[in-house]
Design a protein around this ligand. Structure first.
Ligand SMILES: [Zn+2]
Length: 443
């Protein structure tokens, strides 16, 4: 098949401005939305991220007591405490004194990783505003910036427009608030259920670098087909599906109300708390260790497996398709390549092979700028997590199931500056290609 013609020149190594004929009205509208500030947007002035070290079991239980204290309203940013690795905890300004006193009284080591979260978020917001103006004047999508859901979906259409013989869109369902679950399909073999790879991103709303990396990756796949031997040969044999925003309601909510929202936005009957953790909602050891039955928890597993329509849409699509060989889920942050299981310490049947692929992935990723990723099963190097995406994929016959925790290790955490999007996407691409090549050769 001949290659789609590229009508313009661009580079995926710099903030990318691609021309396309956007309707100015929507850019102005979203610019105004970002600029005006939504009236009830949550602010984080004076909120700090504490990095806490625990040295023994006694300190772990003290820290657990602190983190689980309802009145302090702490928000766990990174892993529950594990020996040898610090935990990052967001502390609201009103709780700072009390938390400091607790840590000092109990002789727990800590440092302040983020001095004032709102300062970082203000800079992020300003950069987005600036970018909207840039895009407005240049009619270009800047791959080095964060975008609204609408802008991402528009750019997906744009990719299809320029690569119509390779790429198409599929709407696999709608979110709780009726937004499209919008997927890009890359295929060179029309009409057949070829072996396929699923790239999932943005299932946790606040992890903005995940959708940004996914849309960059989608563009890169389209761009490299016919030029890069691994991508070209893979697409001769397999289809690739990319879902850049797997939790669209949550993602929109992080733009309009609360930048740190993680869950879906579904209503929980009998509770005033909203949302379910979609990465605990899959039908794989549902409701087990590492998930919580309280709707107010950040890791609430939901009332039943696949209760979240966003999760059900992906699960149904994949099951109906029946020939997925690889599932990759992009999260942030912590810099890790993970594989099943999350719900048990028992090794997965293919653990040795998955570990080898994950190690090669981390090695390839580090080659660009030395970024170090840790590797292991979810359970062994992070924490117990039942009902997770990749466990479901693996338990449903998708052997090559991996989860990435992208940059960084906590200096910015979920508020990773936009200037790191392209470096993150570029190095991740080297890792993804390692997996893709292995899958291509082993199915
Ligand atoms: Zn996540």
């Amino acid at each position: 098949m001949s290659l789609p013609q590229t009508p313009y020149k661009y580079s995926l190594t710099q903030p990318l401005y691609d021309w396309h004929p956007w309707n100015m009205k929507w850019i102005l509208f979203f610019g105004a939305l970002i600029g005006s500030g939504i009236c009830d947007r949550e602010t984080f002035s004076g909120h700090q991220v504490f990095r806490i070290n625990v040295r023994n079991g006694d300190e772990i239980s003290k820290l657990n007591r602190l983190v689980n204290s309802d009145n302090l309203k702490l928000n766990l940013w990174k892993s529950p405490p594990a020996l040898g690795h610090p935990t990052d905890v967001l502390v609201p300004s009103v709780s700072l004194q009390e938390v400091k006193s607790f840590l000092e009284d109990h002789d727990l080591e800590y440092s302040v990783a983020v001095e004032d979260l709102q300062t970082i978020l203000d800079a992020e917001k300003q950069e987005m505003q600036h970018n909207v103006h840039q895009e407005l004047s240049s009619n270009c999508f800047n791959y080095g910036a964060y975008h609204t859901l609408e802008a991402i979906h528009k750019e997906m259409d744009n990719i299809v427009k320029y690569y119509p013989r390779l790429v198409s869109t599929v709407t696999i369902g709608h979110s709780f608030e009726n937004r499209s679950m919008y997927v890009l399909k890359f295929s060179t073999g029309e009409g057949r259920q070829r072996p396929a790879l699923w790239l999932n991103a943005g299932i946790h709303a606040r992890e903005w670098v995940s959708p940004a990396t996914a849309i960059w990756t989608a563009r890169k796949i389209a761009c490299d087909y016919g030029k890069d031997a691994i991508i070209t040969s893979t697409l001769k044999k397999m289809d690739i599906f990319v879902l850049p925003v797997a939790n669209p309601d949550g993602y929109v909510y992080t733009h309009t109300h609360n930048r740190l929202w993680r869950k879906t936005r579904s209503v929980n009957p009998g509770s005033t708390c909203i949302g379910t953790d979609p990465n605990r909602n899959w039908n794989s050891s549902f409701g087990g260790v590492g998930s919580i039955a309280d709707p107010c928890s950040e890791v609430y597993h939901g009332p039943y497996p696949h209760s979240e329509v966003e999760v059900k849409s992906v699960a149904d699509f994949i099951k109906k398709h029946g020939n997925f060989k690889c599932f990759i889920d992009l999260h942030s942050f912590s810099q890790m390549v993970l594989y099943p299981y999350g719900y048990t310490a028992t090794k997965a049947q293919d653990a040795d092979e998955l570990d080898m692929v994950a190690r090669n992935t981390a090695k390839a990723l580090a080659m660009l700028s030395g970024t170090q990723y840790r590797v292991g099963s979810i359970f062994s190097i992070t924490y117990a997590a039942s009902g997770s995406t990749v466990d479901w994929a693996y338990d449903n016959g998708i052997k090559y199931a991996f989860s990435f925790e992208l940059r960084d290790t906590g200096d910015y955490g979920f508020a990773l500056p936009a200037s790191q999007i392209i470096p993150t996407a570029q190095e991740t691409w080297l890792g993804l290609k390692t997996i893709i090549e292995h899958v291509r050769d082993n199915i």
